[in-house]
Design a protein around this ligand. Structure first.
Ligand code: 8DG
Ligand code: MG
Ligand code: MG
Length: 147
């Protein structure tokens, strides 16, 4: 049996901001199972980061987003589990296009459900790329220059 040599892949994930909260879902996967993670997925050929973020959000939650902005990028290597993985992860932020829209769990085989979590009281365990960012003091919310 041929074993493909692993290669780095590009992931795009979105901090969907709603008041002081962000949208998180518990992963249902052999990789990071039960961990709270952002909506997102793999960058497809020819896509912009913003197109990918909006598409993954729609596929996974049914939500339409607006004001999509690039925040940062991190390099994430999992040497072992369940197979070697390496993601260059693009973090975006966005807001709901319609503030009355509710998230739906459109890929229940991949996620146990979406909910809003206060940034100051994030659930545990967080998926490691997100955990690393939270630990580093990163904050996805815009700075309020009026304070
Ligand atoms: P796709 O087929 O829809 O493109 O992929 P997916 O099934 O939605 O993939 P995913 O696991 O949700 O996202 C792809 C990879 O992105 C994931 O395996 C690892 C990386 N990733 C991070 N941080 C996060 C995160 O917070 N949420 C998600 N969903 N993926 C993340 O590095
Ligand atoms: Mg997806
Ligand atoms: Mg996904």
């Amino acid at each position: 049996q041929k074993v493909e040599k692993p290669v780095p892949r590009v992931a795009v994930v979105v901090f969907l901001l709603n008041g002081k909260s962000v949208l998180l879902g518990r992963r249902r996967s052999s990789f990071g199972d039960s961990m709270f993670a952002l909506p997102g997925g793999h960058l497809e050929f020819g896509e912009s980061f913003e197109e990918c973020g909006a598409r993954e959000m729609k596929e996974e939650t049914g939500l339409d987003i607006s004001k999509i902005e690039f925040l940062t990028v991190t390099n994430n290597v999992w040497p072992e589990e369940p197979r070697p993985s390496h993601y260059v992860t693009i973090f975006l932020r966005a807001i709901l296009a319609d503030p009355n829209q509710l998230p739906q769990n459109l890929e229940p085989h991949k996620c146990y459900g979406w909910d809003w979590y206060d940034w100051d009281n994030l659930p545990k365990p967080l998926f490691s790329p997100l955990e690393k960012m939270a630990q580093s003091g990163f904050n996805p919310f815009p700075t309020d220059h009026n304070i």
